[in-house]
Each structure stands twice: as structure tokens, then as C-alpha cells.
Design a protein around this ligand. Structure first.
Ligand code: FES
Length: 95
């Protein structure tokens, strides 16, 4: 498992209006060892929120729902395979 990762979950207005508080709490509940979950300010992608970034690999996810968190945890954080269906098209246009 990778260590030293951070999950940034936007907690600013537009993302909050689309349910990002529940996304944050679901990541916190997952409690993946070595992964720090952080509620952050606007990431500038408000129209495709809730916005979630994974650092240090700088993977961007968009329109994340609480039910997507388990998939991101299992595939990305535990198996190092980004969840292509949720990747933000601006940052990951190849998908
Ligand atoms: S409000 Fe979340 S990216 Fe701007």
C-alpha cells in the first residue's frame, strides 16, 4: 500500500452544495493507513464538484459521490489504479 498520501476534499460552497461534506466524512470513515484526509478550500473546479484530489500523484476526481469513495479507496489507494470513470477530464484528458 502506498503511504504518505493525502486526499483533498473540497469543502467550499459549490462542492458543499453537491454533497462534499458527506464525501469527506466517508473518506474519513474509511481510515486508510498512511492516507491523510483533508477538507480543503476551493480547487477552482466548482462546476464539476465535488472535487477530490489525491496527492502526491495529483490525480483529480470530479462529481464524487459518497458511494464512489469505496471504489476510490479500493482501486486507487489500495491497488494504485486510478478510477478512470471518475477522473476529471480537464486534468486527465486521455480518459
Ligand atoms: S467549490 Fe469545490 S472546486 Fe470550487
Amino acid at each position: 500500500m502506498d503511504s504518505g498520501r493525502q486526499i483533498l476534499v473540497c469543502q467550499y460552497t459549490n462542492c458543499l452544495a453537491n454533497g462534499s461534506a458527506a464525501v469527506l466524512s466517508t473518506f474519513q470513515s474509511a481510515a486508510v493507513p498512511g492516507v491523510m484526509v483533508i477538507g480543503c478550500g476551493c480547487q477552482g473546479q466548482c462546476n464539476l464538484g465535488p472535487t477530490v484530489r489525491v496527492l502526491p500523484d495529483d490525480t483529480w476526481y470530479c462529481r464524487v459521490k459518497p458511494e464512489d469513495v469505496r471504489t476510490i479507496v479500493d482501486q486507487h489507494l489500495k491497488q494504485a489504479k486510478p478510477v478512470t470513470a471518475l477522473l476529471h477530464p480537464r486534468f486527465h484528458p486521455q480518459y
